[in-house]
Design a protein around this ligand. Structure first.
Ligand code: ADP
Length: 572
């Protein structure tokens, strides 16, 4: 692709900055999102863990309170090995009230046995506590879930059993959650039945409804976290902890994956926006840097190209200013040297051509003179010799005239190129000039069978121009018309006086000129590639220079097959 230097550098810089950034950014995002994902899942397990610690702490505290209470009975109501019944009952009533205890049963073996509460008599019938167990759950009366805490006192054999409403620990699980809108924690017993309320009442029941894997894992004494389904259609993160302190059971915590991973989604959009901002910045900076960098190369190169074009057009004198990097400065210097060498050789060539052309003029004139003398003396020869020599002398004269024309063209060219060419302006009668040139060309046109006409204004035009050069331009145009118009064709010379100028037109019915050649035809040595066209390509160039020197214009209108119209104007 033909991209500019600046564009190439811009894209290179963009690629250099953006590709590593995209790769590193993507890797960074993958790694961090993986860590965040794992940490989020782990945090759900940590919530279950916290709940377990809170539950165990509360049960421990209740057990300690029970022991403290037994001790307070001993210290307050015991005298001489017996316990004052009234005193103990009063203490128990106040303890049950302050600690919201439903039923209580106290026994100091052989000393006193107390129970209080509507179902206190059933307290001694509960199954025995196993090791580590702090509480035992029982749905004592219909829909009323309670739990029993049991403790041994410091006095030998003393035992206290207390029954609490489930609400006492339920708040641990139903309190405002750190698990968000879709999360919850709850407690289940060793069979997986709900002990505390679910946050989503429609799904509350006595068994866990959907994916049982987390529950099964937990009830098999595993503490962990995992991704699984739930009663909501979306994937859910589960954290669970086995609780031996309630005689077997589990604390379950879960949250919808979508909500749990929301920070990750936010992070993704933040990363995307930052990446976009970074990309815009990188692209703009790349273009800016490329612009500045490329300017160091392109500016001097553009100047060099301009100089080359000027040199092509003939200006080999203007100096080449070369700033920029060393290599480009070297290139400029190289071009300068080349231009001055070229100028020297052109000067040498022009000098040589001028000398040779000048020196050719005299022998040519001599040869022409001799040819004329020979033609004159032909009459003294016999008819046979006359007939045989006549065409040869004529051909000689034609070729000599052509040679003379060429030498004159070369001399004109040298004069124009060296700047030595000057106009000799003097007032003259344009009508007379036209008549003269018509007289010159009429026999030649007639000889070729071309109809030659003039369209010249009847009133007299007097102009202050270089008469010789004007004649030369007209001769060149008419000479070309004569050369290229076929026999039976038509050539017209028109002269129109306009407001401030005279316009000359040479119209022919020749082969015409292709459109792409119309401008170039006036260039030095430019010739059309045509059969039997032996032009030097100098005539129109010299004509253009003469017209230009007068301050006029020259141009051509033509169509292939429709003839040509050469115009030139000269200011009056
Ligand atoms: P020269 O001085 O050798 O005659 P010119 O500069 O006058 O050359 O002409 C340049 C080219 O223009 C020639 O090669 C010729 O083909 C073309 N040309 C000039 N005049 C005409 C014309 N009237 N019709 C067609 N072609 C022309």
């Amino acid at each position: 692709m033909n991209w500019s230097f600046r564009t190439r550098i811009s894209f290179l810089l963009i690629a250099l900055v953006l590709i590593p950034s995209i790769v590193l950014g993507t890797l960074g995002y993958w790694t961090s999102s993986d860590v965040i994902r794992k940490e989020t899942i782990r945090s759900v397990g940590m919530v279950a863990n916290n709940k377990k610690e809170l539950l165990v702490f509360r049960l421990h505290r209740q057990k300690e309170r029970a022991v403290e209470f037994l001790d307070s009975i001993v210290s307050t109501c015991m005298q001489a090995g017996t316990v004052n019944q009234l005193c103990a009952q009063r203490l128990l009533a106040s303890f049950m009230e302050t600690d919201s205890i439903l039923d209580a049963d106290i026994i100091f073996p052989g000393v006193i046995s107390l129970h209080r509460g509507p179902h206190a008599d059933t307290l001694r019938n509960h199954p025995p506590f196993i090791s580590q167990q702090l509480a035992q759950f029982s749905s004592h009366s219909a829909n009323k879930l309670t739990y029993i805490v049991e403790a041994k006192g410091h006095t030998q054999g003393s035992l206290i059993s207390l029954r609490y409403n489930i609400q006492k620990i339920e708040e641990i699980f139903t309190a405002p959650l750190e698990l968000g809108a879709t999360g919850e924690t709850f407690l289940v017993d060793a069979q997986g039945f709900f002990l505390t309320k679910s946050r989503f009442p429609s799904h509350q029941g006595h068994s866990h409804p959907i994916d049982a894997r987390p529950m099964i894992a937990c009830l098999s004494h595993h503490d962990s976290e995992m991704l699984a389904g739930d009663y909501r259609p979306e994937p859910v993160i589960h954290g669970f902890r086995f609780v031996p302190e309630i005689g077997g059971g589990c604390i379950m915590a879960h949250i919808q994956q979508k909500e749990a991973f929301l920070p990750l989604k936010n992070l993704r959009s933040k990363i995307f926006l930052s990446a976009l901002a970074f990309a815009i910045l990188a692209v703009s900076l790349s273009f800016w840097i490329a612009d500045r960098f490329a300017a160091q190369f392109t500016r001097p190169l553009t100047k060099l190209v301009e100089r080359m074009k000027a040199a092509q057009a003939g200006d080999l004198d203007s100096p080449v200013f070369m700033g920029g990097p060393k290599e480009i400065a070297l290139l400029g210097r190289g071009f300068s040297d080349l231009a001055s060498q070229l100028k020297q050789s052109i000067e040498l060539r022009d000098d040589f051509v001028a000398i040779v052309s000048h020196d050719l003029k005299n022998p040519l004139a001599l040869l022409s003179l001799n040819a004329s003398l020979m033609e004159k003396n032909l009459g003294q020869l016999g008819d046979e010799a006359k007939l045989s020599l006549m065409p040869k002398i004529e051909s000689m004269r034609r070729h000599l005239a052509r040679m003379n024309e060429m030498v004159c063209s070369v001399l004109d060219l040298t004069a124009i190129r060296s700047g030595n060419f000057k106009l000799l302006r003097e007032p003259f009668n344009v009508n007379a000039l036209i008549a003269e040139i018509m007289d010159t060309f009429r026999p030649l046109m007639a000889e070729k069978g071309i109809v030659f006409k003039d369209e010249v204004t009847t009133h007299e035009i007097v102009a202050s121009l270089d008469r010789g050069r004007t004649l030369q331009v007209l001769s060149n145009l008419l000479g070309n018309a004569l050369k290229f118009t076929p026999s039976g064709g038509e050539v017209t010379l028109q002269v129109v006086e306009k407001e401030k100028e005279i316009q000359f037109l040479v119209r022919d019915s020749g082969p015409g000129i292709p459109p792409e050649e119309l401008e170039r035809i006036f260039e030095r040595f430019h010739r059309l590639k045509r059969e039997r066209d032996f032009s030097s390509g100098l005539g129109l160039y010299i004509a253009k220079e003469f017209v230009r020197a007068h301050g006029g214009k020259i141009w051509v209108e033509s169509e292939v097959g429709m003839g040509s119209r050469f115009y030139f104007t000269l200011p009056l």
